[in-house]
Design a protein around this ligand. Sequence first.
Ligand SMILES: [Zn+2]
Ligand SMILES: [Zn+2]
Length: 118
Amino acid sequence: MPPITEVITSTTHSPCVACGRQKHLTDFNIYNSGVVNNVMEPLCKLCIGTYKECSKVVCCKCKMVMGWLDPHKDNDGFVFEKNHSYHIQACPNCTPGLLKADLIEKIIYLQRKQKGLI
Ligand SMILES: [Zn+2]
Ligand SMILES: [Zn+2]
């Protein structure tokens, strides 16, 4: 039997959000998103390949990738590009009760569009 309690109380391990395997924190990809430094992508090396082409949603408070989207264009014209990071100021994990988290890039895009700059 593996020492389960050690895994649960460990601060050096975290589950891969895709497959649930406990991974050492150093096994996760850490990158600079262009807005936030040292963003952690909580995927193990096996799963990261699956999400490689996705647009990533990063919580600025958690410094973590919270979601992966297939690249696409929204109805309002906002484009999610592959392997690009998009940001939310907070997420339900760090801000309980948060109902809505708008993408910062999208807010800026819509403001510019409203002003006729795009
Ligand atoms: Zn995994
Ligand atoms: Zn958060």
